[in-house]
Ligand binder design. Sequence first.
Ligand code: BGC
Length: 749
Amino acid sequence: MNTINKILLAIGLLASVVACKHSADTIGHNNDKISQRVDSLLNLMTLEEKIGQTVLFTSRWDVTGPVLREGEEDAIKTGKCGNIFNAHTVEYTRKLQELAVNETRLGIPLLFGYDVIHGHQTLTPISLGESASWDLKLIEKSARMAAREAAASGLHWTFAPMCDIGRDPRWGRVSEGAGEDTFLGEQIAAARVRGFQGNDLSQTNTILACVKHMAAYGASLAGRDYNSVDMSDRVLRETYLPPYKAAIDAGARTVMTSFNDLDGVPASANRYLLTDILRDEWGFDGMVVTDYTAINELIPHGVAKDEYEAGVLAMKAGVDMDMEGGVFMDHLKEAIENGEISEEELNNAVRNVLRLKFELGIMDDPFKYCNVVREREEVLSEKNRETAYEMAVASCVLLKNEANVLPLKKDEKVAVIGPLANSKRDLLGSWKAAGKPQAVEATILEAITTNAAKGKVHFVKGCDVNTEDRSGFSKAIQAAKNADKVVMVMGEKWNMSGEAACRTKLDLPGVQTDLISQIAQLNKPVILVYMTGRSMTIEKEVEAVDAVMNVWYPGTEGGRAVADLLYAKQIPSGKLTMTMPRNVGQIPIYYNYKNTGRPFNPEKPKDTYKSRYLDVENTPLFPFGYGLSYTTFAYSKLLLDKNTMNQGGELNITVDVTNTGDYDGSEVVQLYIRDHVASVTRPLKELKGFEKVFIRKGETKTIRFAITEDMLAFFRQDMSFGTEPGTFTVFVGADSDTQNQVEFTLLNQ
Ligand code: BGC
């Protein structure tokens, strides 16, 4: 008897609850029918088989293809490892699935996970870039596309979205998040979950989302990866937790712990985070997986003396699955036999894992994600490439455009200079999943060449990203002299941000700045196309050149997208989601800071004893929410329908936005609120609404926002969540610096 039949029969015998089809058993609900099936199966399982379901191992890839670490194939066959990550393609996942299904006693299928962060093989821009689109529908569409491709390659589960708030660009992983803002982070987290999971997990084109990293990983001290985090409960709850919660409220079925400790307790041993908040307060009924070997790391963290102790701490805290560490595999049995963990505690973890396998439908059909024809048609399809292109266009941020030096004209002679201009690999960014440089059809240089008239483009690399070699300067300078305009494609290489890629200097690496300044002296219009995974300190460069376009790592179709923007086939519409500092000393710098008791007044710069630096302004180089277009927008008629709000009430605010320039274009209209007096200090401004709106040239659109009482709520001095009456200012404008404002009062009734 084949093992699928084995398991079906076994479950069917124990409980007459097996209705093979459960496509209505969808997302996030403790579905009765599934719970019964889970419990029936659990009753059949030995202790060892249960423990196997809490184990997740990586498959290792080398140049010749995927190979499992020695012993892992056996671990699958013997039921010691019930889940695998870093394996994909239908062929390979089928091969591993067959081991689990055919060779283990109960034939419980494996769950296949992978870091599908910004696309699977068709890559969209890095997540920070996507966030700069401020386009929630498009972000959802991008995640949907990634899910379709990943699922078509045999995957069930992505380790995304990363919902860590990033206020410190030294931390390389800001590239994987949605920037510095909590409200925007919440919206984007939810959009990504909707995209990955769709509304029916049993469909073969949806995958499980994983909210990571719980919690506050983005606040690692001094921007150094894996470092400690220490913050007040107020900041944790107000700033860092809401995006994880928003993702869970959107139905995310799994959560990953973070590497850091928080208030002295590493996340993977942190019961306050994983049980009190996640399960008891938020009602999460999905599965908690650790980050890579995070249980083992409880030892160097200094809270466990050995793996045994680490395993006990992790399970007691609320961990269900051990990623790669093998601690649960090696020590849970003994811990249960010693009575340090009850079998019921293990059962709960196993239930959380098995429930997902039922929800996906792989318990009924373990090979439902293994369709070679679908894989062939879906991966890198034209449709997916178009989504990647659309996303890349929407994510680029035009930071400067003096004298309208952009867009380029077809007939202009262009010198393209810079180490990143002709690179395919760099377009893909750090988490490229299964993406391959060969799938990139055009580099930025190649796409510029396609846009320009024949013979008008001359490329010179000029320098490397990160060496001191200046031998290419003279050729680059010569090319610039012969050109009408110079496009310099520079920044960080793909591996200079992302995990374990933190930096203390955020200037352009190597001799790139030197080359920019030498070329800027030629008095030719210079455009800097700036590739990055974080906010960098490029004040000098911005001053030296005429235009700057921040293109992040724009993905498989990024070359075409960037060139089309440079030639105005597309119009820039992205806006920063992370403040750009003037220098590293200003970090952490973000828009929603507090006033302090001694705020600096720029009109009285000589005042001493004010909250300021002696050597740099308080202001950033570019604020959160900032970005230009080739057209211009004017804001007028900011009107509130009432100037008082009752408790539980609502106000309406409208603003007219007119496209006053020469191109049709999109504007991100942003709404910020300030609470003037409260029982605790409040930020000077907080984003509470936004709308990306397309406006034709000459056209005016009236944008309306509703302001509800919950938008004014915060953690009061006693940590209760709610509002306090008083005066509020509403700002509506083009970025977080806007002073376009009106006031209202929240009444005490
Ligand atoms: C990262 C996670 C990732 C995991 C699996 C870890 O090092 O922190 O974000 O999902 O590896 O690849």
